[in-house]
Design a protein around this ligand. Structure first.
Ligand SMILES: Nc1ncnc2c1ncn2[C@@H]1O[C@H](COP(=O)(O)OP(=O)(O)OP(=O)(O)O)[C@@H](O)[C@H]1O
Ligand SMILES: [Mg+2]
Length: 257
């Protein structure tokens, strides 16, 4: 049975997609069967994993038209299994009006949960119906936060949404942790950032990941080369940090955290 993890933060540009791609690639490198799903109409996750996006079927067809999940899973040249998104998804809020509209993703995924060890879901920078579908379908949330824009207010709002989802459609949902991204430990600010992140985590009863993802140009370059960070720049700081992060994710899940 797949463990399902959703990357979420309603703030934009904090590293959700970069982390979803790295987590997918890192788990595959550790011999796991992984399905990556893009719920963001911007469609960056497929691109980051090297998928050529054409007119093929996407997560939109699966959610809107009930196209079976097996028909919307694409395999990239590097062997990643991806359900891509497209811009049509931006109409979801208006178009998805059925009574069970929060459960669309979860119901579709039931068909493939036994085929994978992990399902990794990337979400848009908002708490909308797509994000809620991601929460309803998942076991764990991971919250990437960019070191320069830590937001306690945003996190409290996010946690209220998580509580509502737990109380209604998905009691299993748990926050696995907060991941600091774009971290630069040489700056004088780093100590302040760490302290503040620790305080944010404590106030929201969440754990910070030990791994912190340092800033590095390789993280931004890899997607443009259709390559994951571990293949593109294995010795780069982001690759080393993401490797530690992937181990930590497996450890936390393994220990029943
Ligand atoms: N560790 C890093 N070092 C340098 N650049 C990074 C790092 N992580 C992410 N970036 C860059 O920051 C930008 C935002 O990252 P990303 O797209 O992963 O964020 P996001 O949260 O998915 O954004 P959105 O909310 O728009 O979907 C991208 O250009 C990405 O390449
Ligand atoms: Mg993104």
């Amino acid at each position: 049975m797949a463990v399902t993890i959703v990357l979420t933060n309603q703030k934009g540009g904090v590293g959700k997609t970069t982390t979803a791609a790295a987590l997918t690639a890192g788990l595959v490198r550790r011999g796991k069967r992984v399905l990556a799903i893009d719920l963001d109409p911007q469609g960056n996750l497929g691109f980051s994993l090297g998928l050529d996006i054409d007119n093929s079927l996407t997560v939109y067809d699966m959610l809107r038209n009930r196209t079976p999940v097996n028909e919307v899973i694409h395999t990239t040249e590097d062997g990643y299994h991806v359900i891509p998104s497209n811009i049509l998804l931006s109409e979801a809020e208006i178009e998805f009006q059925s009574e069970n509209r929060v459960m669309l993703l979860r119901e579709s995924l039931d068909q493939v949960r036994n085929d994978y060890d992990f399902i990794i879901i990337d979400t848009p920078p908002s708490l909308n119906i797509l994000t809620l579908n991601g929460y309803a379908a998942s076991d764990y949330l991971i919250i990437p936060m960019a070191s320069e824009i830590l937001s306690l207010v945003g996190l409290i709002q996010l946690q209220e949404t998580v509580s509502e989802v737990k109380a209604s459609v998905n009691p299993r949902l748990q926050v696995l942790g907060i991941l600091l991204t774009k971290y630069n430990r040489r700056t004088r600010l780093a100590a302040d950032v760490l302290e503040m992140a620790g305080a944010v985590a404590e106030q929201t009863k969440t754990a910070l990941f030990e791994a912190k993802i340092r800033s590095g140009v390789a993280a931004a370059e890899a997607p443009a080369h259709g390559s994951d960070i571990f293949s593109y720049a294995p010795r780069s700081n982001p690759a080393k940090d993401y490797s530690m992060f992937v181990d930590e994710v497996m450890g936390r899940i393994g220990s029943g955290q």
